[in-house]
Every structure is written in structure tokens, then in C-alpha cells.
Write a protein that binds this ligand. Structure first.
Ligand code: NOJ
Ligand code: CA
Length: 707
């Protein structure tokens, strides 16, 4: 279904002030369809563009300035006049080919403000504003300028002035890495420069100034939630937000290329990504908001039904636990990654081991298998400087029969997920990827996990700069030509591109489960995921790799997974991804009745309801599976135990659902009793209310199957 009305309300708006001189204040206003958000655009006395945002009538972003610094051009900031204002409305519904919900309402009012310098060189700038009921977005458009072909941007000076010293959930504005723990502080107390790296991120850490990465989420003293991010990051540098504590403000800080000495180079005309602010009274409404995807362009790939949302297993966790290696022969490079001498363990990616995982998957309704360490090159990756030309993505090690693994998997209904660890040698990957994707196409494989461990080659580039934004996009677009979907690790942040290119299925871009296996700082604390759900997850699907059952990690005495078993199950519902790993070893699942939840749980959703939640404390989400109409509920808590009351009013009337309830058992505790779980079955109907006790670091998972 697709309804689209694009209504031109006003061609040239009536400006609230008469006269158009640069010294006269001019204002124009935009309000969202349900009158929740208002954006006021104004020129300051000196002709600088400013904007202000209100929610339900109260200011949430105070008058903030906008402008740019260039190389070889004077700054664009002052002395502007408004030459035109256009208003329009869009009210459409679009369909997600896979996602948290099938239908997405995209209803907004738009205002395009055209500006021009009053004096020579009379450069022009258009600013697009969109007001939604769940937030706002704006972007800059550089039209053609006489005598200027390309623009080199040194700084974008978009300011966000806050109305108080809000509580912020933030990670540092690292140019190379999003794999940080979250901090909870007042805005004025953000100190990103003091955040050391407790873990060696393979040399990938670059925090240039006191800035945060997005999405960054805040709560005001009045209890309003704000989350700042960007949408449709295309051919531009990633944006951090630089903290200006004295003014209680943030300012856009673009990742800069040290190789090239600037942040962005573009030919005119072009548009920047959207700067977005989600605004909500209820924390859970941030998760239900579709602002980020709505700010992206419609599906350009058409039918992508060749990609099927799936659960998958992998020859993966055993490597992170140090039980096998990526390498065929030597273990040196492997040690560089895990950070300790893992001893002389064997190669993980063997044909026989792959078949063992396939057998397990096939017996448990799991339709994907990831195999890492299958191709030559792992003796020379992380930790080496000269990484170009090492991996080729088509040559298997001698003990791995790729064709046979693919054949055996197909026979059992399990599709191989390819693995391309580029070790951040981007030129090699760009040269190799057509050949690598052609091999996958010949084998009938439709998804690949890519990886970018290490500092970016060419030197002087960062994971989040324009060069890499272009690279990640090139990979997505090339893969689409071969009907291949991408799950990127060490990625660029998600900015909703999956709407336009739905082969962007998932990505990492956070401290994932792997840190629990080897990180010397004790892994992810229990509050990590109750923060992630309201920060990183607002940007898009996460390949978190849940499902550890052997939580105490017997062979890693200094590490453990800091959740209960019931929470690991709940993550299949709470953390959204169209590909969900069951990451533990087959032998750790066999015989455990909790495995039934992983067998049953859906991965593709008709609708999603965030029932309750508080950033950093807990969250409860219900999702209805496409096709079956079954519902699944997941709830997770931080280090504090709590009671969660669920009203099953979202169920269909007149249907009795067969529920299986997986809850923390007696004495369950993330630290010393993580596997205590209690499984019960009960009939549940619409409107029933039940209260559950969640253990410290605990969770709850419920499957509600239509009989
Ligand atoms: C980092 C990824 O996040 C991890 O999942 C993968 O196993 C290693 N790189 C090796 O590619
Ligand atoms: Ca990683």
C-alpha cells in the first residue's frame, strides 16, 4: 500500500517581518502534522541562520546557529537573506521488506528555506527542515555556485543549544571505533578525552576532542527524552557532537582525513546528511520511532526476497574463547586478536566442524551458518602494518572444502554466510570484491559478514570519515548487483540506509558479545544493553550475537557473560536484527530445554510494541512475527532486580495463545548464578496481566504461539 500526497502549501511564504535586508530579523515556522514539534527558522541580526525547536510548546533546542568553514572559500555564516520559503506535506505508508514492523507511516511537514548572501559573492544555501510528531530533521543543500565546482568542508558548525544540563548516555566521539562502554553523566560532565581504552581496539581509537558519537540520548529534568543522530549519511564525513559545556550546547564535529587534511570534498550541487533529533515523553517511544528510516529515500533495490531473515550458528564463539583458531597453521596472529597466548589449538574452519554445526542448525530450525577463518591470510592480519594484498576471499585453507560445505548445508536447509575480514585493507577489498561476490553468486550464497579490524589503509583515514563512508557504500551497492546482503563489523554507523538499500541487513558498531569472551575489563556490565536499546539501537539493526548458555566460560577463568540465561533468551526479542546468531557451541545447547525458545523465536516482525522501559535500567518489548501471528516478549534489566508487569492487551481478541515463559529461576544472579532458569507453560489471552521477577542482570522471554 502506498499513499502519497505531496502538497505544495506555499510557494513563497509570508515572512513575519517585512523587508529583506541582512540586518532585519526574519522568521518562518514549521509545525508537525499532530502539532507536537515546531521548528522556527530565523536570521540573526548579523544575517546568520538560526533555528529553534519546541516540543508541545516548550523549547527543547534554544536558538542555535548554523554555518560552514571551507578550504579556499570564506566561511558561510553571516550576511544572509531569505530568498524563498516553500512548505509541503508528505503523508505516506511504506513497507519494510524485513524489519521491526511491516508498515511504516511517514507523515511530516517540510519547509525549505532558501538563503543567499546579501553581498558578493552572493553564495546560496538551502536548508530543508522536516517536522514529525516524533522528532525533527534538517539538512543543508549546496546549490550550484558560479565559478565553483567542488567544495572542501573543514567544519560544519551546526549548533544544538540545550535548555538544561541534561542526563546523557554517551560514548566518546571516537573517529575509528564505536566499541565503547556507555557513560551516564550530565552534559556538563562529559569528558570524552579522559576515556582511555581499557581494551586494545587493534590500534583503532582516535578521540580528537571532547565529543560524543551518535546516537546520543538525553533526559531532561522535566522527564523528556531527546536523541541526536544523523540520517542518510551519504558521501560525507560522519558527525560527532562536540561538547560545549559553558553554553550547554553541542556542535557538529566532522571526522577529518589526516591523509587529505579536510573532512568533506564534494562537487556542487549536493546535500548533506540529515541532522536528526528524536523527541519523546516515554523512553520506549524512542525505540518505536521511525524517524531515522523515514529520513532516507525509498527502496532502490526493489524485490530483495532473495535475502531471508534468519537465525544462524557459527564457527566463531569457539575462536573468541580460544578453543580454535582462524589461522590454519600458526597461532601468532590469532594471539594478537585475543590478546593472550591461546596455545596450540586447532584450526576452526574445517569441513568436518562445519558439518557438525550444520547438523545442529538443521535440527533446531536455524537456517544460517557463519564460518570464519576459512580463507588464506589469517597469519598476517590484525597487528600487521602491511595488510594490503593478503586476503583474497576466494582461496580456502586446505582442510576446508567450501563447495562441499555449501552443498551439505543446502541439503539440510542451511545457507552459508560468507566471511570477508578485510583487516581494513580497503583497496585490496575494492579490487577483490567483484570476484569474491561472483564466487558467492555461483554458490547461491546471499549474505556476507564483513570486518574492518585494524587502522584503515590507506593511512591517515579513519573508519568514520568520508573515504570510508564511500567505501562501505560501494561495498553495499556492488553486493546488491550480486543479490548479496551485508552484515558489516567495524562499520560506519547505521543512518537508516536500509530503507534505500535493504541489503544493508545488520551491523556491529557497538561493544558486542565478543567482549565478554576476552576483554580484560571484565566484559560488558549488566547495564550495557539497557543503555544500548535506547542509544545504538535507535540507529538500526545490531549483530550483537546473543545466546550464550555456558555463561561462566569455563575455559576463560577471567571472563564471563554478565547476564542470566533468561536475559540471553530475551535478547532475541529486545535487540533487533533480521539475522540473529545463536552464538554458543552446539555442545553447550544440546539437552538444555531453554533452547526451545531459540528454536521458536521469530526474526521478522509484523509489529513491535515497546511496553515499558527506562534508559539504562530496563526495557520490555513485544514483537509479532510476520506470517504466523505469534508474539514474543523480551524483558531485560540492569544490575538491579525488578518486577515487571506485563499487560497482554496487544494480543488478538478471542485467541488463546500457548505461552512458554522463560524466567530467572530461584537465586538467579548474573554474577554467580547465571544459569538458574524456570520454564513454565500457560494459556494466555488478551488483557491478562502478569507480574514477573527479574534477577540482577536478569531477563524474561515469553513465546506466545497461536494454537
Ligand atoms: C571482529 C568482529 O567483530 C568479530 O566478530 C570477528 O570474529 C573478528 N573481527 C574477526 O574477523
Ligand atoms: Ca568488533
Amino acid at each position: 500500500m502506498r499513499i502519497r500526497t505531496h502538497l505544495l502549501l506555499l510557494a513563497l511564504a509570508a515572512l513575519t517581518a517585512a523587508g529583506c535586508g541582512p540586518d532585519q530579523k526574519q522568521t518562518t515556522t514549521l509545525t508537525s502534522p499532530g502539532e507536537k514539534t515546531t521548528i522556527e527558522f530565523a536570521l540573526a541580526e548579523d544575517g546568520s541562520p538560526t533555528y529553534r525547536v519546541a516540543y508541545e510548546g516548550a523549547t527543547v533546542i534554544d536558538t542555535s546557529t548554523m554555518g560552514f568553514d571551507f578550504q579556499g572559500q570564506p566561511a558561510l555564516q553571516k550576511g544572509m537573506k531569505i530568498t524563498g520559503v516553500k512548505h509541503s506535506t508528505t503523508n505516506e505508508t511504506w513497507e519494510m521488506p524485513w524489519g521491526e514492523q511491516r508498515e511504516v507511516l511517514n507523515h511530516y511537514n517540510e519547509m525549505v528555506v532558501s538563503l543567499q548572501e546579501a553581498q558578493a559573492p552572493k553564495r546560496t544555501l538551502n536548508i530543508y527542515f522536516r517536522a514529525y510528531d516524533d522528532g525533527i530533521g534538517f539538512r543543508y543543500e549546496f546549490p550550484r555556485w558560479e565559478g565553483v565546482d567542488t567544495l572542501v568542508i573543514q567544519n560544519e558548525n551546526t549548533q544544538f543549544r540545550l535548555t538544561g544540563d541534561h542526563t546523557c548516555w554517551w560514548i566518546p566521539g571516537d573517529w575509528d571505533n564505536y566499541e565503547h562502554l556507555y557513560h551516564t553523566t550530565k552534559l556538563s560532565e562529559i569528558d570524552a578525552l579522559s576515556v582511555g581504552s581499557p581494551v586494545d581496539h587493534g590500534g583503532r581509537m582516535h578521540i580528537a576532542e571532547n565529543a560524543v558519537n551518535t546516537p546520543v540520548t538525553m533526559k531532561t529534568a522535566e522527564g523528556l527524552y531527546l536523541s541526536f543522530h544523523e540520517a542518510n549519511l551519504t558521501d560525507y564525513a560522519g558527525m560527532t557532537l562536540v561538547v560545549d559545556p559553558a553554553n550547554l550546547a553541542l556542535r557538529s564535529g566532522l571526522v577529518r582525513s589526516d591523509r587529505l587534511g579536510y573532512s568533506v570534498k564534494r562537487a556542487l550541487p549536493f546535500q548533506t546528511p540529515w541532522r536528526s533529533i528524536q523527541i519523546a515523553r516515554r523512553a520506549g517511544d524512542l525505540i518505536e520511532s521511525n524517524l531515522i528510516v523515514n529520513l532516507n529515500d525509498p527502496n532502490r533495490l526493489g524485490d530483495v526476497s532473495w535475502f531471508k531473515p534468519k537465525k544462524y550458528v557459527g564457527i566463531w564463539w569457539e575462536m573468541h574463547l580460544g578453543l580454535s583458531t582462524w589461522d590454519y597453521e600458526i597461532t601468532q596472529s590469532m594471539n594478537n586478536w585475543v590478546g593472550e597466548d591461546v596455545g596450540n589449538v586447532g584450526h576452526g574452519a574445517t569441513t568436518a566442524n562445519a558439518k557438525r554445526y550444520i547438523d545442529f542448525a538443521a535440527a533446531n530450525h536455524i537456517t544460517g551458518l557463519l564460518v570464519e577463518g576459512w580463507n588464506t591470510g589469517w597469519d598476517h592480519w590484525a597487528g600487521f602494518e602491511d595488510r594490503e594484498g593478503v586476503f583474497d576471499f576466494v582461496t580456502p585453507y586446505p582442510d576446508y572444502d567450501l563447495e562441499e560445505v555449501v552443498r551439505y548445508g543446502k541439503e539440510k536447509g542451511v545457507e552459508l554466510i560468507m566471511h570477508h575480514e578485510t583487516s581494513a585493507a580497503t583497496r585490496t577489498y575494492e579490487q577483490q570484491m567483484d570476484t569474491a561476490f561472483a564466487l558467492m553468486q555461483r554458490l547461491g550464497l546471499h549474505s556476507v559478514k564483513t570486518g574492518y579490524v585494524g587502522t584503515i589503509l590507506p593511512k591517515g583515514e579513519y573508519h568514520h570519515g568520508q573515504y570510508m563512508v564511500q567505501h562501505y557504500r560501494k561495498v553495499l551497492e556492488t553486493a546488491a548487483n550480486y543479490q548479496i546482503a551485508i552484515n558489516a563489523h567495524e562499520p560506519i554507523k547505521d543512518t537508516g540506509i536500509r530503507r534505500t538499500l535493504p541489503n544493508a541487513i545488520a551491523r556491529e558498531g557497538l561493544r558486542g558479545q565478543e567482549y565478554n569472551a576476552w576483554s580484560p575489563d571484565g566484559g560488558n556490565p549488566p547495564e550495557h544493553l539497557p543503555i544500548v536499546a535506547f542509544t545504538r539501537m535507535l540507529s538500526g539493526p545490531i549483530d550483537f550475537t546473543p545466546g550464550v548458555f555456558e555463561l561462566s566460560l569455563k575455559n576463560k577463568p577471567n571472563n564471563q557473560v554478565n547476564t542470566t540465561l533468561a536475559q540471553q533468551l530475551a535478547l532475541y526479542v529486545v535487540i533487533y536484527s533480521p539475522i540473529q546468531m545463536a552464538c554458543d557451541l552446539p555442545q553447550n545447547y544440546e539437552g538444555n530445554p531453554a533452547l526451545q525458545f531459540i528454536r521458536d523465536v521469530g526474526v521478522d516482525w509484523e509489529q513491535t510494541r515497546v511496553l515499558d522501559g527506562e534508559v539504562g535500567d530496563f526495557v520490555t518489548i513485544a514483537r509479532q512475527e510476520r506470517g504466523t501471528g505469534n508474539w514474543f516478549v523480551g524483558s531485560i534489566t540492569d544490575e538491579n532486580p525488578r518486577e515487571v508487569t506485563i499487560n497482554f492487551d496487544f494480543l488478538e481478541d478471542g485467541v488463546t495463545y500457548k505461552a512458554a515463559i522463560y524466567k530467572d529461576g530461584p537465586g538467579a544472579h548474573w554474577k554467580d548464578n547465571p544459569t538458574s532458569i524456570q520454564i513454565e507453560t500457560a494459556p494466555i489471552t488478551k488483557g491478562q496481566e502478569m507480574t514477573f521477577a527479574l534477577a540482577p542482570g536478569g531477563g524474561l522471554a515469553v513465546s506466545l504461539m497461536r494454537e
